[in-house]
Each structure stands twice: as C-alpha cells, then as structure tokens.
Design a protein around this ligand. Structure first.
Ligand code: NAP
Ligand code: F7E
Length: 377
C-alpha cells in the first residue's frame, strides 16, 4: 500500500520539493491549493498528471487555511498517514502590513489542522509536521541557536509561528499525537519566491547583466542568515516524521553570511567584482572590475558589451522601504540534534546554492527576453 501524504502549501517552494521527494518514495501526494485568478502551479507542473488518469500520484484539492470546514472535509476524505503543514503567509516584511491575516493563516491555520485530526479520530494514524522557523529566535538570546534556545519573536510572522509551534506541542502532549516541529533556518533555491532576499539578488543580477535592469534596491545589508538549499531541508521534514517518537528539531547549516557578502559572492560567480562604500541609506555597490573569461563562460560573449558599460557604475543602492520595523540581525543554527538523531546533513554548500540559483535565473531571463521580443499580439 502506498503511504498517503497531505501537503498544505504545495504550490510553494518547499511544497514543490517535498512533493517530488515523497512521490519518488512511492507516496500518493495530495496537496491543498488556494483559488487564484491564475493557475499558480508552475513549481509542480512537472509532477502533475491529468485528473482523468487513474494512476495519479499527485492530487490537488482547492482549499484554504482560513476555512476549517474545507480542511476537515479534505482530511476526512484523504485519511492521510502524514500531513506536512507548510502553508503560510511566509513573508516577514509583508506580515507587518497584514498582521491579522498572517495570524489567521499561520497560527489558527495550524490549530485548524490539529483540531481536524482530533475531531476525525485520526490521532493514532496521522503524523503531523509543522513548518516552524528560525524567526522564532528573533532577537537571539544565544548564538548559535538550538532547540533549547529561548524564543524572542520580532515580527507578526514570528509571533504567529510561535503560536503554531506551541499548539503543535500542546496537541502532542494533550492527545498523544505524533506532531513535530521542524525549526528550519532560511532555505533557498531557484524556486524561492522573487521577493525573498536571495532570489531577489540572483534574479536582479541576471537582469542587470542581460541588460533589462539597471539597479538593485535593497534594505538592511548587515543582517546575517544561515542559508541552506530547500532540497536538503525537505529531506529533514520527511525524516522527522519517520522517527519512533515525535520531537522538535533545528535544521541549519551552521554558517551565517551577511546579505552584503551574499551579493558580493553572487556577482563574483559570474566574474563581476563589486565595491561597497558609504553607510546606511547612502551605501552603494559599484562594479569595479570584470573577469571577462568567467563572464563569457557563465553568461555568454553576446552580453559582454552590456556589462563593460556598467564598470564604474553603482548597481546596488539602498531604499528604506525594505527596512523592517524590527529586524532580526543574526540567525545561526546548531543542528547537532538532527545530525545525531535523524542522521541528516546538508549536501549543498552556499556556493553550490548560489550556482544553482544563478544558472536557473540566467536561463529564465534569457527565455523571457527571447519571448518578449518574438511574441505577437
Ligand atoms: P512559500 O514559498 O511562501 O509557500 C507558501 C505556501 O503556502 C504557498 O503554497 C501558498 O500558496 C500557501 N498559502 C499561503 N496562504 C495560504 C492560505 N491562506 N491557504 C492555503 N495555502 C496558503 O513558503 P516556503 O518557503 O515554501 O515555506 C514553507 C513553510 O515553511 C512556510 O510555512 C514558511 O513559513 C516555513 N518556513 C520557511 C523557511 C524558508 O526559509 N523557506 C524557513 C522556515 C520556515 P500560493 O502559492 O497560492 O501563494
Ligand atoms: O530576508 C534582509 C532582511 O525576506 C532576509 C522566510 O522564508 O526565512 C525567511 O525570512 C534578510 C532580512 O527572509 C532586503 O531585512 C535586505 O534581514 O529573505 P528574507 P527572512 O525575513 O529571513 C525565515 C526562516 C522564514 O521562516 C520566513 O518564512 O535580508 N534584506 N534587503 C532584505 N530582505 C528582502 N526580502 N528584500 C530586500 O530587499
């Protein structure tokens, strides 16, 4: 018998990688997708099969984390062995603009899933993974952060996830449910949403070197993040639900990098050297020189003239719109427990992650330019 998994947030970055992983492992994967005016299934289109086929291993259901009845109906119909609760309003900056909605989806949404399981008497059958986050550490009380580090949330997003974290533990203790928190540090990939900092940088880099963007406006360049690859992190989610006992785990690489250094590394990958000067809102990043051999190999000779003309120009600037009312300055994780108990270790280094993201963004931008010039309406 194939195991049955339900993934909320299946159309997101992690939902896509996790679906791929579980399907490879022989699962029938069900996903909850909210209604939108465009289809929005780009990240899972390669896994999707025509609903008229009988041997489907990926099934989508319309639903929403704010709709308890809908969630209960789907869970009742599917009777899942495992639920991965990944759906969330996941953008920290946006949570300051939509605090109530963020609390509803991320906090109460988690409660709705847990309560459905209880109501449907599936507590002995269904295991639950809750997508908890390093944002819980916020104003970090110790470094590196591990499972025992006290939390200090610094945004409506983090506060909503704090509720979700504790309600998951409460249902585990009160009703003996197999409910676990993965406290995942930042993880990125070519599938990362375009407004998160790493993807914003790799996408802007491709647009700048291919000649369709002049500058990249950024927020706080000094904060540090512990970045891994989403492909590695979904492996950890799966492992967390395969253990004998439910528990909570930090998942991280143990290396933190500033946003500024991420930008420097990213540009350097394709032969561009930047120099940062100035402070605060007046800080800028200028192209100071170019390794043409690397540029030709990574981007192509065709684009050399475009980048030559940008030497000596500021391509990175600051816009205070991207500052947050309260910032999380440093996140650095200690995943020793996961290394020891789950035997989980990341395969991707930061360099490999950046390579993967730049390669895909250059391909995508070149495709975009080509279709933009040839499309006829
Ligand atoms: P993501 O790309 O933003 O995906 C979020 C998913 O949730 C999308 O499928 C989104 O649907 C769905 N969603 C949002 N609101 C919903 C609602 N009201 N009802 C149903 N679905 C809804 O996030 P991610 O990076 O894959 O992260 C997955 C989870 O891990 C999130 O809970 C996030 O908070 C958490 N997390 C992420 C990281 C990280 O670094 N990536 C680290 C720690 C924890 P649409 O496609 O329609 O928007
Ligand atoms: O910001 C700084 C920003 O939006 C990282 C989510 O997946 O990971 C993510 O949350 C840092 C912050 O991710 C820009 O101020 C500077 O210090 O990529 P981010 P995040 O806030 O760490 C955690 C673990 C989650 O759980 C969340 O769901 O980068 N930064 N300039 C900027 N950030 C953005 N987005 N845009 C800028 O222009």
């Amino acid at each position: 018998m194939n195991k049955i998994a339900l993934i909320t947030g299946i159309t997101g970055q992690d939902g896509a990688y996790l679906s791929e992983l579980l399907i490879k492992k022989g699962y029938i994967v069900h996903g909850i997708k909210r209604r939108s005016s465009l289809l929005n299934t780009n990240r899972i289109d390669h896994l999707y099969k025509d609903p008229n086929q009988f041997d489907r291993n990926l099934v989508l259901h319309y639903g929403d984390m704010t709709d308890s009845i809908n969630l209960t109906r789907i869970i009742s119909k599917i009777q899942p062995d495992e639920i991965y609760n990944l759906a969330a309003q996941s953008h920290v900056k946006v949570s300051f603009d939509t605090p109530e909605y963020t609390a509803n989806v991320n906090g109460l949404g988690t409660l709705r899933i847990l309560e459905s399981i209880r109501l449907l008497k599936l507590t002995n059958k269904t295991r639950i993974y809750q997508a908890s986050t390093s944002e819980l550490y916020g104003l970090a009380q110790e470094t590196p952060q591990k499972e025992t580090t006290p939390f200090y949330p610094r945004s409506p997003y983090a506060a909503s996830k704090l509720y979700a974290y504790w309600i998951t533990i409460n249902y585990r203790e009160a009703y003996n449910m197999f409910a676990c928190n993965g406290i995942l540090f930042n993880h990125e990939s070519p599938f990362r949403g375009e407004t998160f900092v790493t993807r914003k940088i790799t996408q802007a880099l491709s647009r700048i070197v291919l000649g369709i963007q002049n500058e990249l406006y950024m927020g706080n360049l000094s904060s540090k993040r512990d970045w891994g690859h989403a492909k590695d992190y979904v492996q950890a989610m799966y492992l967390i639900l395969q253990q004998d006992k439910p528990d909570d785990y930090v998942i991280a690489t143990g290396i933190a990098t500033t946003i500024r250094d991420f930008i420097l590394k990213t540009f350097k990958k394709i032969g561009i050297n930047l120099l940062f000067k100035g402070k605060g809102i007046n800080e800028t990043g200028m192209i100071i020189d170019l390794d043409e051999d690397i540029f030709i190999t990574k981007v192509g000779e065709l684009y050399l003239d475009i980048i030559r003309k940008k030497i000596g120009l500021d391509v990175i600037k600051i816009n205070s719109t991207y500052f947050r009312p309260t910032e999380v300055e440093l996140l650095l994780g200690d995943a020793t427990k996961a290394y020891n108990k789950l035997l989980w270790k990341p395969h991707y280094t930061l360099d490999m992650l950046i390579d993967d993201m730049i390669t895909k963004d250059l391909e995508e931008t070149k495709r975009y330019i080509k279709t933009r010039h040839t499309k006829q309406y």
